[in-house]
Write a protein that binds this ligand. Structure first.
Ligand SMILES: *[C@@H]1O[C@H](CO)[C@@H](O)[C@H](O)[C@H]1NC(C)=O
Ligand SMILES: *[C@@H]1O[C@H](CO)[C@@H](O)[C@H](O)[C@H]1NC(C)=O
Length: 468
């Protein structure tokens, strides 16, 4: 019965809310909305209704209510918060800029809304995220693009249309539909090189912020709505206009406020573009097993499964830019993984990788950060060992010149020996043969000398004194 009722509510709301899908958040449904006074909440009935229909457990509280706290006993009380009371001078005792920063550090998602008369506390909070709102009392003005009702134009209600093409945050319905976003409030400065901060809506060339001082903030530098994602994937959205969220602006003809607010809140409250790693594996290509340690130049396989959350479910994340790195101080390998299959809620990315010919402690890392998407940064530390003495290949291709050298040397030596041993001596002239014939008489004479040993001994005995 409840399911049927909520389905019916979804369908009824879908008609009102331009192709809205009933989706829950990937992380939790406790939502705190801080409004200036209980009566003021009536001006945001479309927003509050939409949030309730999307499955959030919405608590609307006056900003000055001192019993509202984001943390109780160190535990986060809400998953999401909307600070829709820009001018409130006195927030509840437990609601300081510091407590909101702590809330975000702790994984909470936050929408911060400003206005021309916004409080120092909200400014201080925004500045923590690199969003610097303009001076107190300044307004965003556009003399060419503004709201015209009954022939009279209000130059402070800017008809903004410069939306950032960030598909993870803004839906195609918003980016492609005609119309403008009405904005009455204060602009902010942002640092375009800040990788965590993404301007979603900026000024047109004719839009500027009055009371800017020497350097007038205008055009693309003038932030109207920006979104921020921390490294731990908590999300914060900033809008310089509270009216942007109001029923009045949503109901203005040709207004895209409803869709923009829907997209921004959906993104901020983790109802879409939430990416996560489901599983990862690495193993030797030869055995299919993960070894205790790899050896240099091993062929291995790295696989990672990625899921993305949107429309109330985890689905395979399909992209062609998921990279793998093997790092030891510097990346030795950085390669794009191939998507191999999408089964169930995850898509698998695979790389067939030959490890570097270098031993040490490596980190296998997939560091996937894309604007608007939740960050995936996973690391595994692995050891790569050198080969054991008996694991080297018998012959190294690089050493072939040396092998050739030694074999040539050996062959040369043998050839020289052979040449020396078997070469016939050149035939000699006749005179050289005489000594050979003279030897014969000597050997023949031997028996004769042996016959007279006595005479020889006498002769040597006689000659001895002569020599000494
Ligand atoms: C203040 O907040 C508490 C809950 O945090 C709520 O019970 C109470 O009704 C609120 N008071 C007012 C005046 O809104
Ligand atoms: C991806 O697939 C192509 C074609 O099969 C292959 O050449 C390439 O090496 C693969 N990349 C990785 C990292 O495995």
């Amino acid at each position: 019965m409840r399911l049927a009722a909520s389905l019916g509510a979804c369908l009824a709301l879908g008609a009102a809310w331009l192709r809205v899908v009933c989706a829950g958040s990937a992380m939790g449904d406790r939502l705190l909305v801080l409004v200036p006074t209980a009566e003021a909440a009536g001006g945001y009935s479309e927003l509050l209704g939409s949030l309730a229909e999307r499955g959030f457990d919405v608590s609307v509280r006056a900003a000055s209510n001192s019993s509202v706290a984001l943390h109780v006993d160190g535990r986060r009380q809400y998953d999401h918060a909307v600070l829709l009371a820009p001018a409130a001078k006195r927030l509840g005792a437990a609601l300081t800029a510091h407590s909101f920063v702590r809330f975000v550090d702790d994984g909470g998602n936050l929408v911060v809304v400003g206005s021309s008369d916004m409080s120092d506390q909200s400014r201080k909070l925004a500045a923590q995220f690199g969003v610097v709102f303009e001076k107190h009392g300044s307004r965003v003005v556009d003399h060419s693009h503004h709201l015209v009702t009954d022939g009279t134009g209000d130059h402070a209600v800017v008809a903004a249309s410069r939306l950032a093409a960030v598909p993870a945050v803004l839906s195609p319905q918003l980016l492609e539909a005609p119309g403008t976003v009405y904005f009455r409030g204060i602009g902010h400065r942002y640092d375009p090189s800040n990788p965590l901060l993404t301007p979603a809506l900026t000024g047109a060339p004719t839009t500027y912020s009055d009371l800017s001082g020497d350097e007038v903030l205008s055009g693309r530098q003038l932030g109207l709505v920006s979104v921020f994602q921390t490294r731990r994937n908590a999300r914060v959205a900033f809008s310089g206009s509270a009216d942007l969220f109001s029923d009045a602006f949503m109901r203005t003809t040709q207004s895209r406020n409803r869709q923009l607010v829907h997209d921004i809140t959906q993104w901020t409250f983790q109802e879409k573009a939430v990416l996560r790693e489901v599983a990862r594996r690495h193993y030797l290509a030869a055995t299919g097993m993960q070894p205790e340690h790899y050896r240099v130049s091993n062929d291995m396989v790295y696989e990672i499964d990625l899921s993305v959350y949107y429309d109330d479910a985890w689905r395979p994340y399909e992209a062609d830019d998921v990279q793998f790195e093997a790092i030891m101080l510097d990346p030795y390998i950085r390669t794009t993984l191939n998507r191999t299959r999408s089964s169930g809620p995850a898509a698998t990315y695979r790389g067939d990788i030959r490890l570097p010919d270098r031993y040490g402690t490596f980190t296998f890392r997939v560091n996937y950060k894309r604007t608007g998407l939740a960050n995936v940064d996973v690391k595994d530390t692995v050891a790569i060992w050198p080969l054991r003495h008996d694991e080297y290949p018998r012959f190294l291709s690089a050493a072939y010149p040396y092998y050739t050298g030694s074999f040539v040397m050996m062959v040369g030596f043998l050839a020289l020996c052979a040449a020396w041993l078997w070469s016939a001596e050149p035939s000699k002239p006749v005179t050289q043969a005489k000594p050979a014939t003279q030897v014969k008489p000597a050997t023949q004479a031997k028996p004769a000398t042996q016959a007279k040993p006595a005479t020889q001994a006498k002769h040597t005995a006689k000659s001895k004194p002569k020599s000494s």
